[in-house]
Design a protein around this ligand. Structure first.
Ligand SMILES: [Zn+2]
Length: 317
């Protein structure tokens, strides 16, 4: 791999796309972002990205750039450089994104799913620094994961390792967006927290939650806000979701024996309101020798994670 000083990182999200130019220490030298023109089809989004990349590379010679990293929601094929049909990018079907970028810029290009790329970023620059075995889990609209094992990203056979949101927690549980039932994501994601509050609304007419919003419009953010203000019902709903999350992490920890689990958005926003019940569930469902070496912490990079995720693809061997 080249030791050129700069790296281009491309983050493809359903609502926002961004390109950055960074150095190998993770310092962002230039940045462009735009709302994703997702409704206009994949060509429009790719053209958006190519233009933004061109802009962040302005004034930098090609020899000064190590490569371009692309972070995108899966499913995708990291080896062949193809993005299949991410749920947040309608109309994407086998888009050869790596080839399109290589042809345009004449630079080497790497593609990785966003949870894996963020795992690399939290491992190098965030809450997973200094660990050899780390699991990163997104915890928001969906629940995804990235495994760093023996210091390296573990992708599995076809890029599906770490899909912890879709382990089955409850037989015949609520339906999941993936088509199964009772997945961790169907029990503990942001939309699942909102759904649970809605389901139980009739039992909790006194909750402060229903002064903030209606059962039809409740979101996980409302539940976190009400819980932080001390509302017992909102705390109950969060505790239930966090307990499922703890069971999922316990199952994973029994398999990969990590030293750290780094948790995304909901853990960052709700802190101990979810971390305490989650740790109690871990105590019940994971062996003490597994727990002895394990800490569960919120992610540290916040808004920087997406910028650094794609860049980190060129900080690996
Ligand atoms: Zn599922």
């Amino acid at each position: 791999m080249s030791t050129a000083p700069c790296i281009v990182g491309v983050d493809i999200g359903g609502t926002k796309v961004a390109c950055v130019l960074a150095d190998a220490g993770g310092i962002i030298l230039a940045r462009q972002w735009q709302p994703t023109r997702a409704g206009e089809g994949w060509q429009a989004v790719v053209n958006q990205l190519l233009e933004m990349c061109e802009a962040v590379m302005q004034g930098v010679s090609r020899e000064g750039i190590r490569g371009i990293g692309i972070s995108c929601g899966g499913p995708l094929d990291s080896l062949r450089g193809i993005v299949y049909s991410p749920p947040n990018l309608p109309g994407w079907d086998a888009v050869p994104i790596v080839r399109l970028f290589e042809e345009r810029f004449g630079l080497p290009v790497r593609l990785e799913n966003d949870a894996n790329a963020t795992a690399l970023a939290e491992h190098r620059f965030g809450a997973g620094r200094g660990t050899r075995n780390m699991v990163f889990m997104t915890w928001g609209t969906g629940i995804g994961g990235g495994l760093i094992l023996d210091g390296r990203l573990y992708r599995g056979t076809n890029d599906l390792a770490g899909e912890i949101g879709h382990i089955t927690i409850l037989q015949d549980g609520p339906p999941c967006g993936c088509g199964k039932r009772g997945c961790l994501e169907a029990l503990a994601s942001g939309p699942s927290i909102a759904r649970r509050a809605r389901e139980l609304a009739g039992d909790s007419p006194e909750s402060a939650l229903w002064q903030m919003t209606s059962p039809e419009e409740v979101t996980a953010q409302h539940v976190v806000d009400a819980a932080q203000a001390g509302d017992i019902f909102a705390r109950f709903v969060l505790t239930e979701a966090a307990t499922y999350m703890g069971i999922g992490i316990a199952n994973l920890a029994q398999i990969v024996n990590p030293e750290r689990v780094v948790l995304g958005t909901i853990a960052v926003k709700a802190g101990d309101l979810v971390l305490e019940p989650l740790r109690r569930a871990l105590e019940v469902h994971a062996w003490s020798r597994v727990r002895q070496v394990l800490t569960v912490v919120p992610a540290e990079l916040g808004g920087r994670a997406q910028d650094l995720a794609a860049v980190c693809l060129w900080l690996e061997d």
